[in-house]
Ligand binder design. Structure first.
Ligand code: ADP
Ligand code: MG
Length: 209
């Protein structure tokens, strides 16, 4: 942005070129805002620390209290008390804010139920124990024809308000914590809704930093 600012001031520029640079500056500002909104808020440096997952999810929920209320969304908190896992709390907070935000968006018009379940489990195939988290909504659901694209950066169906970065960033955060994220969804009909399932492993000897 600084370079564009300087370039626009160059007296040898043609009017057209100046116009293009001003346009580029505008777009760059827009992208900058988007990145800041999606990443900046939760950004923190630091190393991995012990994280109480249900506790940080409940913290994130507080941001949404008002939206749940005005949209007529009821909350079912079925999260067990769980051992802490080792992770980046700011990023995990961002992960949950993205998923809860999407669930709320999907129920904004109709209301519905947001259900959060968290349990400790041994992952059957991976032979690791970890936290299984289910974030379920009774919202619009995700149409089968777009299901494959929702984790792509900038893919959004929320024209003006969406960044399309939420799930892309979420998947990256889960992978960084050596976990998995899966989605099941039903669109249309009477029993519509979406479930995101996340597995986050507990640290195992010799495998982690
Ligand atoms: N819980 C959900 N219910 C319905 N659609 C969803 C849900 N979560 C994600 N989606 C779909 O996936 C798209 C991408 O989500 P995301 O990456 O968070 O970007 P954004 O929320 O900015 O659109 C959304 O635009 C929406 O179409
Ligand atoms: Mg989103």
């Amino acid at each position: 942005m600084n370079l564009l600012f300087l370039a626009v001031e160059d007296p040898s520029l043609s009017g057209d070129a100046r116009e293009m640079l001003l346009h580029a500056d505008q777009e760059l500002r827009r992208v900058g805002q988007m990145a800041k909104r999606s990443l900046g808020f939760f950004r923190e440096t630091s190393t991995m620390v012990a994280v109480d997952i249900p506790a940080i999810i409940r913290e994130v929920l507080q941001i949404f209290t008002r939206r749940l209320e005005v949209s007529g969304i009821t909350l079912k908190d079925e999260m067990d008390d769980l051992p802490s896992l080792i992770g980046f709390p700011g990023e995990l907070r961002q992960l949950f804010a993205n998923l809860i935000g999407n669930a709320v968006d999907a129920m904004a018009k109709s209301g519905g139920e947001l259900r959060l379940r968290a349990t400790s489990k041994l992952h059957p195939r991976r032979g690791e124990s970890g936290i299984v988290l289910l974030i379920s909504d009774t919202g619009t659901g995700i149409a089968p024809e777009i299901r494959a694209r929702i984790f792509e950066p900038f893919f959004t169906t929320k024209n003006d308000v969406g960044t399309g970065l939420g799930l892309y960033v979420s998947q990256n955060i889960v992978e960084k914590h050596l976990g998995m994220i899966r989605v099941r969804s039903v669109a249309g009909g009477t029993r519509h809704g979406t479930v995101f399932k996340i597995f986050l492993p507990y640290p195992m000897d010799g495998k982690r930093h």
